[in-house]
Write a protein that binds this ligand. Structure first.
Ligand code: ATP
Length: 359
């Protein structure tokens, strides 16, 4: 096991800078997910750790040692690629043996390692097959097995589940989580899938345009997003946003817009000045239908109702303002009905409308 740290790491392809001075500390045994939209630089960052791209500035350390100029095979890392990168002419056993070649082990040691990993991943019965004779999920498992036999100090995963269908993806995701628990090896895992990030990560690193927007546990990035980008990137359906102006009311700070007004809890109101332009964020799961006696209910019209079994997603409209409520399916209203909704006071997020930073 080993820690990994990136200090002011920069990468450019020609004049095009794609990683802008990234700082990241990963502890021994930690499972870190790099998450962000396509093109944000997460794969490039991973490939620099792997030694598959050179670093144009800054330092990468593994177990405290700067490894910028060290060859990939000398970094004690193993990478699992999106397309598995298995040798098609070799059997599963030969693919794993090949990964062990640089270690110059005895035949008995190689056999023992392969047997151990094969048992852990359920590959025993597949050892004599070639990649073409395997399903997608089995190939994925072989790719992991090939990385595991090398007993690396750090595992790097580049979107390892993206070629699997939805059901298999959930299954293999759980297997990866179990393996990490068992092996305790440091993992850096790249994905653009927030469900993978939320379920696997100890720590999520959210990237955009070659910058890190926020680093935090799944709970932190969900409950306390640092800015509008993180707020809308994490969570599905996306957080509802309302452009509002802060005003001093008789009983406290009120947010108002042409669509509705809302009295803020005291501690949130204290963050604002009268006249300040703010963006109010409310997750769909923090919007519920009002009950008799609810103060501050907001009237809206039902535009679309999506029934999902346990829950329903309700598209609501107030004038030109649209937003979504995620409510128990049993409570779903009829189309075109006027309903009253309330926002969970603990689920209100405020952002500066200009900078997008959380207030
Ligand atoms: P995705 O999820 O689509 O893989 P990503 O976040 O992993 O995206 P990267 O693959 O790291 O993004 O790419 C970051 C940027 O660098 C992109 O704009 C990409 O086009 C560019 N890029 C990547 N590799 C090269 C290369 N070899 N030459 C030139 N530009 C590159």
């Amino acid at each position: 096991m080993a820690s990994v740290s990136l200090t002011n790491v920069v990468k450019a392809f020609g004049a095009f800078k794609v990683v802008h001075g990234v700082d990241l500390d990963i502890a021994d045994g930690e499972f870190v997910v790099l998450l962000g939209p396509s093109g944000c630089g997460k794969t490039t960052t991973l490939r620099m750790v792997a030694g598959l791209e050179d670093v144009n500035g800054g330092e990468i350390r593994i177990a405290g040692e700067v490894i910028n100029d060290r060859a990939p095979k000398d970094r004690k890392i193993a990478m699992v690629f999106q397309n598995y990168a298995l040798y098609p002419h070799m059997t599963v056993r030969q693919n794993m043996e090949f990964a062990l070649k640089p270690q110059r082990l005895s035949k008995a040691e190689v056999d023992a390692k392969i047997a151990g990993v094969a048992a852990m991943l359920g590959l025993d019965v597949l050892l004599h097959r070639k990649p073409a004779q395997l399903s997608g999920g089995q190939r994925q498992r072989v790719a992991m097995g090939r990385a595991m036999v090398r007993t690396p100090e750090v595992f790097l995963f580049d979107e390892p589940l993206s070629n699997l269908d939805a059901k298999l993806r959930t299954q293999v995701r759980m297997e990866i989580a179990k393996l990490h628990k068992q092996l305790g090896t440091t993992v850096i895992y790249v994905t653009h899938d927030q469900v993978e990030a939320m379920t696997l990560a100890d720590k999520i690193v959210i990237m955009k345009d070659g910058h890190i927007e926020q680093i935090g546990s799944p709970e932190e990035v969900f409950a306390r997003p640092k800015n509008l980008f993180v707020a809308t990137f994490i969570g599905s359906p996306s957080m509802n946003l309302f452009r509002m102006t802060a005003e001093r009311g008789d009983t406290g700070t009120v947010l108002s817009s042409p669509a509705f007004s809302l009295l803020l809890p005291v501690e949130l109101g204290a963050k604002l000045k009268p006249g300040q332009a703010v963006t109010l964020g409310v997750r769909p799961s923090d919007v519920r239908l009002a009950q008799a006696g609810d103060a501050d209910a907001i009237e809206a019209r039902v535009e679309v109702v999506e029934y999902l079994g346990v829950e329903a997603l309700v598209d609501l409209r107030i004038g030109t303002q649209e937003f979504i409520a995620q409510i128990p399916a049993s409570e779903r209203p009829a189309l075109d009905q006027a309903v009253k909704v309330v926002f969970n006071p603990a689920g209100l997020h405020l952002f500066d409308s200009e900078s997008g930073q959380a207030l």
